[in-house]
Design a protein around this ligand. Structure first.
Ligand SMILES: [Zn+2]
Length: 331
């Protein structure tokens, strides 16, 4: 019975801007992670939401890369052997804290069992938090520590965006999705990802075009943070949103933006971010060179590079789920 109420309340909480009810397992997993990060915070004073953001980033990178071992525990964070044990340590996977210290490695014993075990969630997260804390206790200090570790502005930016979402929603199961164009409008789309396109040289079509009338609401498909907003001669007025899975959602050819929309802002699934237009293919303000449509692209980042993948199957899924939820609501 209790399980039923939890499900119902979750479902009510998520309506109307999202479509999929979360399973209890997602919630339990999210709670367990939060507990783990809070434990690390209590020992290192590094904020749990920052530890959680790093862990979320690492979890996503691991999912997108083949050269890294698969995640087995609750923590997603992977510290490579040279960093863990110390670069000159002849032993690749050292677990003796004294030996690690001697070679200047990051590995620490977080749970007090005398071993710095790189397969132990607490040890791994504690080690990273201690590393960050060595730079100081302010957010700017942590930022420097992150930059030194990743040597990539983009990675640091993504981690800070994840942190914003965690601070606001205090959970890690931000999986709800929405179709990027209002379902009440007259729209059409088909799978055109990878097609050759006419303007701007030899490029492939990195997205799905949703044809709809001028002014039809364009919505965020996910929980995320606005990473980019502005003009580009190909995309016209466009917005880029980074979600919690480290996927970048690109919306182009807009007629205009939602009022007050700005870079760094959090968006939720179904939130209106702009409207359908035909901007682009020229200097700022150019419009009408093609029929109005939303160009929707999805890009995956693996911590090194970013690449486009076909949004079509995902859009079909979100559309179906949202229609189903709407029917349920009407009954
Ligand atoms: Zn397009």
């Amino acid at each position: 019975m209790r399980r039923f109420f939890v499900l119902i309340s979750l479902f009510l909480f998520l309506l109307p801007c999202s479509v999929s009810a979360l399973s209890l397992d997602d919630k339990q997993l999210s709670d367990s992670r939060k507990k783990l990060y809070r434990k690390i915070e209590s020992r290192t004073h590094v904020p749990w939401y920052l530890i959680g953001a790093v862990d979320q980033y690492e979890k996503n990178v691991r999912l997108a890369r083949r050269d890294l071992p698969k995640q087995t525990g609750l923590a997603g964070l992977y510290i490579p052997p040279d960093k863990w044990s110390g670069a000159l340590n002849p032993k690749a996977y050292e677990s003796e804290p004294a030996a690690i210290a001697l070679f200047g490695g990051m590995g620490r014993d977080g749970d007090g069992d005398g071993k710095a075990d790189r397969n132990n969630d607490t040890d791994v997260l504690y080690s990273f938090a201690e590393y960050l804390a060595s730079y100081g206790m302010r957010m700017d200090d942590y930022r420097i520590g992150l930059w030194e570790y990743y040597q990539r502005d983009k990675s640091v930016g993504i981690i800070f965006n994840h942190m914003k979402l965690i601070k606001k929603y205090k959970r890690f199961n931000l999986k709800e999705r929405a179709f990027p164009v209002s379902l009440r409008s007259d729209y059409s789309y088909r799978s055109t990802w990878g097609d050759a396109r006419g303007w701007g040289g030899r490029r492939i079509h990195e997205g799905t075009d949703v044809f709809a009338g001028y002014g039809v609401a364009v919505k965020s498909s996910c929980f995320g943070v606005i990473e980019m907003k502005g003009w580009n001669r190909y995309g016209g007025w466009r917005v880029g949103i980074r979600d919690f899975n480290n996927t970048y959602h690109y919306y182009a050819h807009l007629n205009g933006f939602a009022k007050g929309l700005k870079e760094g802002q959090i968006v939720t699934p179904g939130q209106v971010i702009g409207s359908v237009g035909s901007s682009g293919y020229g200097p700022p303000g150019t419009a009408g060179k093609f029929p109005p449509h939303l160009h929707y692209g999805m890009y995956k980042d693996n911590g090194r590079t970013e690449w486009s993948f076909d949004p079509y199957p995902h859009m079909k899924m979100w559309e179906r789920a949202e229609k189903k939820a709407l029917r349920k609501k009407r009954k």
